[in-house]
Design a protein around this ligand. Sequence first.
Ligand SMILES: [Zn+2]
Length: 134
Amino acid sequence: MEAKDIEYFKHLLIQKRKEMQNHMDAITESERETTIKDASGDHSAFSFHMADQGTDTMEREKNFFYAQRDGKILAHIERALDRIERGEYGKCRACGEQIAFARLEAVPHATLCIQCKSNQEKTPDMLQDQGETV
Ligand SMILES: [Zn+2]
């Protein structure tokens, strides 16, 4: 991969990391607001709020799910940036071939080429040593 392409993907990854961090901050923020609201002790019209509470819980669970997912993607992005530093970026970790530009553009933290990715989806064990039974 050419240096200018590496530079391009590095930029993409850093931007994506910022997006993820902002998103996670936003979640933490709304989480904090919910907690403050809960702790404010304002339980007048409690029964009236019961309906809202369900939504809050769902909202919180959803946020938790997103935060978890974002955290995972963040870790992938960190590792991709690591690979850039080591000069290993854009190589498929299964077959060692160059991952297609368009694929990296769509998923800059991808570690498998499209071929290996679809193989992996068919046989999830493929990348484990004992998995080559097919
Ligand atoms: Zn591959």
